[in-house]
Design a protein around this ligand. Structure first.
Ligand code: DXP
Length: 257
């Protein structure tokens, strides 16, 4: 079981709610993913066309927790204000904190992120920070009050998969007791399995499911891959070896002379 800020979860997949072909397909994909947490971008959903009451009642009908997201915020002030609005709207202290530093790569402004995380943690928020895989930034976020870390594995929407597995492995090694969730950049179920095999606690994804040819089947495929990767990690993976090791016992083999 996974515990995030005191909430116990059986699913290790968190799913975004943007970019689906239709609300009905989004709902089916959420069900197929077996997720218990969906992210909702406050700015996108309150400002966007086609949102409103229908969207919220659909989300509510799915019996999942909502993790409001400060997606699209480019400054500390904007992110903090959006988080405060989200708390009012969703009646939750949870906030997925994004402070975007670059409009092309959508990479986090890690300095602004730490500052905003400190402000929000001091106000009683339970912060899920979208960060890079940098170890020092991770330490600063924990010092700022975060009890979960969400490093990227590649830029949002890129579908590239883990571009620096060594950095992810290093974060896992340094923070064995902190829930670590890979957020952003996963493109395939095998990418999700890879990060789960590294010992990550969960993954958060959106684009690879929402933009798939069949989002519902893809959601189910990701759910299976997350479970498989987690089970493999728990089962104890064999370390790669330089030399061959016979896998077939030779006792009893016929001796030819
Ligand atoms: C949905 C969300 O919260 C974002 O962090 C992001 O959209 C996830 O990244 P991908 O879209 O690359 O999966």
């Amino acid at each position: 079981m996974l515990e995030l800020y005191g909430k116990t979860l059986s699913s290790r997949l968190l799913l975004g709610t943007a970019q689906y072909p239709s609300p009905a397909i989004m709902a089916e994909a959420i069900r197929a993913s077996r997720t218990e947490i969906v992210t909702v971008s406050l700015r996108r959903e309150t400002a966007g066309a086609g949102s409103g009451g229908g969207f919220w009642s659909l989300i509510r009908s799915l019996n999942v927790d909502v993790l409001p997201n400060t997606a699209g915020c480019h400054s500390v002030k904007e992110a903090v204000t959006t988080a405060r609005m989200a708390r009012e709207l969703f009646a939750t202290n949870w906030i997925k904190l994004e402070v975007i530093g670059n409009p092309d790569t959508l990479q986090p402004d890690v300095f602004g992120l730490v500052e905003a995380a400190r402000i929000l943690s001091d106000e009683g928020f339970e912060v899920f920070p979208y960060t890079t895989d940098d170890l020092i930034v991770a330490e600063r976020l924990l010092e700022a009050g975060c009890r979960v870390l969400m490093p990227w594995c590649a830029p949002i929407g890129s579908a590239r998969g883990p571009s620096n597995p060594d950095a992810l492995r290093s974060l896992r090694g340094y923070f064995p007791d902190t829930p670590l969730i890979v957020d952003a950049g996963l493109g395939r179920p095998s990418h999700a399995a890879i990060v789960m095999e590294l010992g990550y606690d969960a993954v958060l994804l959106n684009t690879a499911v929402a933009k798939a040819g069949d989002p519902v089947r893809m959601a189910s495929a990701f759910a299976d891959a997350v479970d498989a990767g987690h089970a493999a990690h728990e089962a104890g993976l064999l370390e790669p070896r330089d030399m061959a090791v016979p896998s077939t016992p030779i006792f009893g083999k016929a001796v030819l002379t």
